[in-house]
Ligand binder design. Structure first.
Ligand SMILES: NC(=O)c1ccc[n+]([C@@H]2O[C@H](COP(=O)([O-])OP(=O)(O)OC[C@H]3O[C@@H](n4cnc5c(N)ncnc54)[C@H](OP(=O)(O)O)[C@@H]3O)[C@@H](O)[C@H]2O)c1
Length: 412
């Protein structure tokens, strides 16, 4: 079974962040995303599937007996993104990591412990992994085997965070972006427009409060969430639909949503400019990017996006480098105990039949094999017999479960 764990992933280590967007499922909303994932699961004979898109990777973690050969990988990503150019698809092996069995699990553990992240030690990944798992579990895409691996990854990551200095002096993609924003020399009363009110922009918001920015308008698809963020920022809240009609101009645009197509198009950007020609600060932390490439190319912009944070992330990496080895040692222990956990899980699944089968034996004994003899018993003896049978049934169910558990433990 261990060999059936597989990962196809595209990360910041093997390609530009902008290109990761090509390997992400583009869906207008959650119900469309669910449909696409269900189709992938059925189409590629995946038993279970976990989909994790983050700001520095997209990961498809699944179980299947099918081998991850070139045909599988190119068919898979063609299905993920039918618009993927043939050249990218043919060279998929340059950017896609294909991992199987123990290597797949090792990668999952390294991702969750944030030692594979662009910003080493960034804890956001644990939340993103939890949300991805909860969603795939709720949608019936992930099952018990993915859950087992996910739980082991979370426990291992927590052990890394508490036993190494990897998460010390916390930094994140957001904190690095804000550092760049501060370097841009923006005035504290600069007109800041925030598009999106999810976890990432809430984090951005906390930094804006800390650095005392005073003139902020938040736009979000769901107005209530824009209002929540605007409250924290002492700013204004508007629905995302109101953005094209916004006429107050801006100095800084901070865009980060889960949309898989550009939200800030050239037309919208021109409208937002209101004829102003000065240099603007634009931050786009979304993957895929939410500010279209033409906007960046054709306007005078101090553009801050995750790719440009690499050098800051590297400086952070150097500080944590020495902790990575220690983290890997910890992860190795959790990796080594996984086969036994898996075996136990498989036995538990096999043992699910035991209670039903023992009940059936009891029923057959009373109602078929010994029916005539049972009918001849007086009420008191019959009641005693039923109690004895119930006792035997309970004990018999426990014996194989205990034996199986002990067999797994002694093999650890
Ligand atoms: N979490 C991190 O550490 C981190 C860091 C850097 C970058 N990122 C990237 O930031 C993006 C958002 O991540 P998040 O963690 O902030 O997500 P999140 O908490 O799930 O929030 C998603 C936000 O995007 C909005 N949204 C979703 N789909 C949309 C659509 N089709 N059109 C318009 N708005 C839409 C949501 O609006 P509603 O309120 O209406 O749902 C919400 O405001 C992702 O691309 C992620 O990779 C995340």
């Amino acid at each position: 079974m261990l060999a059936n764990y597989k990962i196809l992933t595209v990360t910041h280590k093997h390609t530009k962040l902008r290109e990761i967007g090509d390997f992400v499922i583009k869906a207008a909303d959650n119900s469309a995303l669910r449909e696409r994932l269900e189709a992938l699961k059925a189409g590629f004979q995946l038993d279970e599937l976990l989909y994790l898109p983050t700001c520095n990777r997209v990961m498809y973690f699944f179980t299947t007996a099918r081998p991850l050969d070139a045909q599988f990988v190119s068919g898979f990503f063609q299905s993920v993104n039918p618009e993927l150019p043939a050249t990218t698809l043919n060279q998929a092996e340059d950017v896609v990591q294909c991992l199987e069995g123990e290597a797949a699990l090792e990668h999952l553990l390294e991702v969750s412990a944030s030692i594979d992240s662009l910003v080493i030690g960034e804890r956001q990944i644990l939340r993103q992994l939890r949300e991805a798992f909860d969603q795939c579990w709720e949608w019936g895409l992930a099952g018990n085997f993915i859950r087992l691996a996910y739980q082991q990854a979370v426990v291992a990551a927590k052990a890394v965070y508490s036993n190494t200095r990897i998460g010390e002096k916390p930094v994140s993609v957001v904190s690095l972006a804000v550092q760049k924003l501060l370097n841009s020399g923006l005035n504290k009363d600069a007109r800041i427009l925030i598009i999106g009110a999810g976890q990432t922009n809430q984090l951005v918001g906390k930094f804006l409060v800390k650095h005392a920015f005073t003139n902020i308008t938040v736009f979000n698809r769901t107005l209530a969430k824009a209002e929540q963020l605007a409250d924290m920022l002492d700013g204004k809240a508007l629905s995302l639909d109101a953005l094209p009609a916004f006429t107050e101009g801006f100095d800084c645009l901070i865009v980060c949503t889960g949309a898989t197509r550009a939200v800030v198009t050239p037309e919208l950007y021109t409208q937002l400019l209101q004829g102003e020609t000065g240099r603007k600060v634009v931050i786009d932390l979304s993957v895929p990017h939410n500010v279209s490439e033409e906007v960046v190319e054709n306007n005078d912009i101090n553009y801050i996006e995750i790719e440009g944070l690499r050098h800051l992330a590297k400086a952070n990496h150097a500080f944590r480098e020495q902790e990575i080895e220690e983290a890997k040692n910890i992860l190795r222990e959790y990796l080594q105990e996984f086969p036994a956990l898996l075996k136990q899980r498989q036995l538990e699944i096999a043992m699910r039949r035991v209670p039903t089968e023992i009940k059936a034996v009891r029923h057959k004994a009373v109602n078929e094999v010994f029916r005539k003899e049972v009918e001849m018993l007086d009420g008191q003896t019959r009641e005693l017999m039923e109690r004895m049978l119930a006792y035997m049934e309970k004990k018999c169910i426990g014996i194989p479960m205990k034996a199986a558990r002990e067999a797994v433990m002694t093999r650890k």
